[in-house]
Write a protein that binds this ligand. Structure first.
Ligand code: SF4
Length: 274
C-alpha cells in the first residue's frame, strides 16, 4: 500500500537567519506577485522549481503541526520572508486565517509584510494577536513603474488604503519602502502619502543579483532612458557606496520631518544577527 505523503515543511514557524526576526512563517512556496527584483526568486532551486520562472508557480504548504515554538517572549516572528502570505493565490487557498488563529495570544512580536489589500479580509483575526505590526511595501506611486516591476501586486492606491484601514482599526502599521528604486523613489512623497496612517517607515535599498540585475536594469532604462547612467554607475560600476550614502542623508532629513521613527536597512546585507 502506498504510504501517505508527508506534509512539506514540518513546522509552521521556522528559525530565521534574517537579522530582524527570530522565526519566519512562509505559507507558500513561490509568490505570484512576480516582482522582477524579488530576492526570493533563487528559492526555486531548493523547492523543485528550478527552470521555472519566478512568479509562475505557487504551492500552498501543508504544516505537520500548527504549534508555535515555546518561549516566544522577546522574539520576533516575520510572516512572509520568501513569499507574500497575501499573494493572489491566498484568495483561493486561504492559508492565513488558520495561521492567524495559531498566532492568537502569541507572546512574540509578529510582523506581516505584504503588497496586498487582501490582508484586510482577516482584520478580525489580526486583532487577536497582541503584539502585531503589518507592513505594506511600496516604492513608488507611479502605476506604470509598479505594473512593470510588481505586475500582480495591489496598486499603490490600494496599498495606501490598506494602511489607512488597518491603522483606523487599531492595528500597528509601517510603510516599508522596499526596494528604494534609484531615480524613482521619492521618500518625501511616500511619507506624505502615508502621513497619519503608519507608526513607522522603513527603507531598504534595491539589491540586484544574477539574472534579476539584467532584467531590472533593462526594464527600468527602457521606461526611463534618462536613468541609464545612474543605474549603470550603481550596479555595473563602482558608484553604489556614494549613491547610497546620499540616500542615507535623505533618510536623515526624513527623520526630522516625519512624526514617526524612520528605520534604514540600506546596508542590510552587512547587518549581522546579534
Ligand atoms: S511580493 Fe515579495 S516575495 Fe512576492 S514576488 Fe514580490 S518581493 Fe518576492
Amino acid at each position: 500500500m502506498k504510504k501517505p505523503e508527508k506534509p512539506k515543511g514540518s513546522a509552521l514557524c521556522s528559525p530565521s537567519k534574517l537579522p530582524a526576526s527570530d522565526y519566519v512563517i512562509n505559507p507558500y512556496i513561490g509568490c505570484t506577485h512576480r516582482c522582477m527584483y524579488c530576492y526570493a526568486s533563487f528559492m526555486g532551486r531548493f523547492t523543485g522549481h528550478s527552470g521555472e520562472t519566478w512568479g509562475t508557480y505557487l504551492e500552498p504548504k501543508q504544516y505537520a503541526s500548527m504549534k508555535l515554538p515555546h518561549h516566544l517572549q522577546g522574539k520576533t516572528i516575520l510572516v512572509g520572508s520568501v513569499t507574500d502570505a497575501y499573494n493572489p493565490g491566498e484568495g483561493k487557498y486561504c492559508k492565513m486565517p488558520g495561521i492567524l488563529q495559531a498566532l492568537a495570544g502569541c507572546e512574540a512580536h509578529v510582523e506581516i509584510l505584504t503588497k496586498s489589500n487582501l490582508v484586510l479580509r482577516d482584520l478580525e483575526l489580526l486583532r487577536n494577536i497582541p503584539d502585531l505590526a503589518v507592513g505594506v511595501s511600496l516604492s513608488n506611486l507611479e502605476q506604470a513603474d509598479n505594473e512593470m516591476l510588481e505586475p500582480n501586486a495591489a496598486t499603490a492606491q490600494e496599498r495606501l488604503e490598506t494602511l489607512k484601514t488597518l491603522h483606523e482599526n487599531g492595528i500597528s502599521t509601517y510603510l516599508f519602502v522596499a526596494p528604494y528604486l534609484p531615480g524613482l523613489t521619492d521618500l518625501r512623497e511616500l511619507a506624505e502619502a502615508v502621513e497619519g496612517t503608519v507608526d513607522a517607515i522603513c527603507v531598504e535599498n534595491l539589491n540586484l543579483r544574477g539574472k534579476a540585475k539584467q532584467d531590472v536594469l533593462e526594464a527600468i532604462t527602457k521606461l526611463h532612458p534618462g536613468l541609464e547612467g545612474l543605474y549603470r554607475s550603481i550596479y555595473l560600476e563602482k558608484g553604489a557606496a556614494g549613491y547610497w550614502s546620499k540616500v542615507e542623508q535623505e533618510i536623515e532629513k526624513l527623520r526630522r520631518w516625519a512624526g514617526v521613527p524612520v528605520v534604514s536597512y540600506l546596508y542590510h546585507e552587512k547587518i549581522k544577527k546579534k
